[in-house]
Write a protein that binds this ligand. Structure first.
Ligand code: AMP
Ligand code: ZN
Length: 116
């Protein structure tokens, strides 16, 4: 399931060059083009899903898988001991910009400014 106008679908399909830092049958991770921290990865499901809000109960194992990959990559990027942040922005008031579900993994600096 691919959305022809979706930038993350194009990256996943290899239509826009990009170096995935991780991929498996369901998930692709890339470096954010505008990093907000020394480690800023985006963990994407291969299937197009507009947002967390658009997910169904059946999508929840996939959402868990995205968090699992964030956990894995935090260790691989060596920020697990120091600490990191995992963020999902959903919808307009969640300030989601790209409408393809993704998990941000941020680390490598002190993330000041609490949200939540
Ligand atoms: P969000 O606000 O949660 O939708 O986050 C979208 C993120 O995608 C932002 O942090 C952007 O910097 C990032 N982004 C947009 N286009 C690209 C791209 N072509 N490659 C990598 N990251 C991108
Ligand atoms: Zn997409």
């Amino acid at each position: 399931m691919k959305d022809a106008n979706c930038i993350f679908c194009k990256i996943i399909a290899g239509e826009i060059p990009g170096e995935p830092v991780y991929q498996d049958d369901a998930v692709v991770a890339i470096r954010d083009i505008n990093p907000q921290a020394p480690v800023h990865l985006l963990i994407l499901p291969r299937t197009h899903l507009a947002s967390l809000a658009a997910a169904t109960p059946e999508d929840m194992p996939l959402v868990c898988r995205l968090v699992q990959v964030a956990w894995l990559l935090a260790a691989k990027e060596k920020v697990a001991q120091r600490g990191y942040r995992v963020v999902i922005n959903s919808g307009p008031e969640g300030d989601q910009v790209v409408p393809h579900l993704h998990v941000h993994l941020l680390g490598g600096r002190h993330l000041s400014g609490r949200i939540g």
